[in-house]
Design a protein around this ligand. Structure first.
Ligand SMILES: Cc1cc2nc3c(=O)[nH]c(=O)nc-3n(C[C@H](O)[C@H](O)[C@H](O)COP(=O)(O)O)c2cc1C
Length: 324
């Protein structure tokens, strides 16, 4: 079996995986498959879609995640994504927030696999890039063995070949989105089982994965892993991905080398009118566990919002950290 290019994915995270974060992560891994924040269909169709869709070609491979449930609108958005050069469009069937439920998309659609099948079908007809789905194993009082199987069966019959499964249910009533990422218990075995039952599908597992060693374990059972919070809080973990997960012998950069490679991008973005704080907030975890990490974070947190600051502030903060 060929190594799946989605063997290691960074999860879509609203407010976190913006283009600045993705550029930063790409310095550490050429292979990791990156997802945008979720963008709603209405923002794309009725909003300033360039703002949501623009990215730097350095970010490839990159997938656009969309939120919606109208097949025709989703097909229009898939076409926009293809025209912008995205490598994949992913439909969000996992987000439990109330705002999302009101828009009738996200995790509540676990109860409507045939609607998702229609969406996949319409999107596949509109574009040549892959259409994938990110879903939960069930919602509320659904029996998760049945809900996940039913969902995968119906949606794969519409031509979806890749499923990213957040291996816990979403409880739509009574839990906040944050609680819904921690409280419903993880059921990795069910996801492994689905891979056994559907060997031809690409199954990516997500939820609570915190180390490269854990990724390697999961990869005995599924095609890929997706990590969210751990990558955000400890981004240097990505430095191991190309060698350990993809078997590529790429150069290992130190944390400070990673940062220096990010500087030209930061300078260019500032020149184009962006502010340092929009990029520096993603860098706080870079020196996690290193001596001086606290001073690094504090110097950035206390100063990055000030007017006119630039890369020199990051250099000052970097000087407070010991060795790489
Ligand atoms: C701040 C934040 C924002 C998120 N936004 C999205 C989103 O836009 N779309 C989505 O499908 N999941 C979203 N998620 C869920 C993650 O993609 C992922 O499924 C979840 O965090 C579990 O993976 P983890 O344990 O590796 O973090 C978000 C998670 C966090 C922490």
């Amino acid at each position: 079996m060929a190594i799946s290019s989605r063997r290691f994915c960074v999860a879509p995270m609203l407010d976190w995986t913006d283009r600045h974060e993705r550029y930063f992560l790409r310095i550490m891994s050429a292979n990791a498959w990156l997802y945008t924040e979720m963008v709603t269909v209405s923002a794309l169709i009725r909003g300033d879609n360039h703002r949501y869709l623009q990215f730097d070609s350095f970010e490839h491979p990159i997938a656009l995640q969309v939120g919606g449930s109208d097949p025709r609108d989703l097909a229009i958005c898939a076409k926009m994504a293809e025209d912008y050069g995205y490598d994949e469009v992913n439909i969000n069937v996992g987000c439990p927030s109330e705002r999302v439920q009101k828009g009738a998309f996200g995790a509540c659609l676990m109860a409507e696999p045939s609607l998702i099948a229609e969406c996949v079908d319409a999107m596949r007809s509109a574009v040549d890039i892959p259409i994938t789905v990110k879903n939960r194993i069930g919602i509320d009082d659904q029996n998760e063995d049945e809900s996940l199987r039913d969902f995968i069966k119906v949606v794969s019959e519409a031509g979806c070949e890749t499923f990213i499964v957040h291996a816990r249910k979403a409880w739509l009533k009574g839990l906040s989105p944050k609680e819904n990422r921690d409280i419903p218990p993880l059921n990795y075995d069910l996801v492994y089982q689905i891979k056994k039952e559907y060997p031809e599908l690409e199954i990516i597992i997500n939820g609570g994965i915190k180390s490269i060693a854990a990724c390697v374990d999961h990869l005995h059972y599924v095609d890929g892993v997706m990590l969210g919070r751990e990558v955000y809080h400890n981004p240097y973990l990505l430095m191991q991905v190309d060698s350990t997960i993809y078997g590529d012998k790429s150069e290992v950069l130190t944390r400070k080398q990673v940062l220096r490679q990010y500087f030209p991008y930061v300078e260019e973005q500032i020149k184009q009118g962006s502010e340092l704080k929009h990029m520096s907030r993603h860098l706080l975890g870079l020196f996690l566990g290193q001596s001086g990490a606290k001073a690094w974070r504090r110097h950035i947190s206390e100063n990055a919002h000030k007017k006119g600051v630039g890369v020199e502030l990051l250099e000052e903060a970097m000087a407070m950290v010991g060795e790489d």
